[in-house]
Write a protein of this length. Structure first.
Length: 181
């Protein structure tokens, strides 16, 4: 861990499964405000993500390639510990709805108790991204049929559409194989 935390270095943590246009919006806007942004991909062993940590990291690195002050890392454990390990003094969070405000407020109070030297800063999602959620995206990819690929471009960056469609195609093939075996 670093000795002092840098208030000009923000860390944006999440599962990013999959990375969305909303996530990218927060990262790009944060990269204008802070000298350095670290995007932290949280690995929760109790969850079964669609994309592996390595796949999410690769997708995000591709998406932020035009932001020289942004790096992408994977982590396990508490987000505040990861922020400290990175040397960041700010935990950056995105807010979409009033429901997010309540949940994030509670989480920020807990994080403040765990790490008083880390500030939480909230960025409101751009209005065109407030409706985006990973569960909605997964539903469109899985059930959208022939129009899924075109519709997903309203929710995720173009670089994520192909891998997302492919994941559900593989999943469907595996399920069909199990049913016929």
């Amino acid at each position: 861990m670093t000795g002092s935390l840098n208030p000009h270095h923000a860390v944006y943590v999440g599962s990013f499964d999959p990375p969305t246009l909303g996530h990218l919006d927060i990262v790009e806007r944060g990269a204008v405000i802070y000298d350095k942004i670290t995007v932290g991909i949280g690995i929760n062993p109790d969850k079964r993500p669609l994309f592996s940590p390595e796949e999410r990291q690769q997708l995000l690195e591709t998406l932020v390639a035009n932001c020289p002050n942004v790096e992408v890392k994977c982590f396990q454990g508490l987000a505040v510990n990861f922020v400290k390990e990175c040397g960041g003094g700010v935990m950056l969070r995105g807010l979409r709805t009033l429901t997010d405000v309540e949940a994030e407020f509670t989480m920020s109070l807990a994080n403040r108790t765990l790490a008083v030297d880390i500030e939480t800063v909230f960025l409101m999602a751009s209005e065109k991204y407030t409706h985006i959620s990973s569960s909605l995206i997964k539903q469109i990819a899985q059930l959208g049929g022939d129009v899924a690929e075109e519709k997903l471009k309203d929710f995720v960056p173009c670089q994520v559409v192909g891998p997302l469609i492919e994941k559900f195609a593989l999943k469907t093939s595996a399920q069909e194989y199990r049913r016929t075996s």
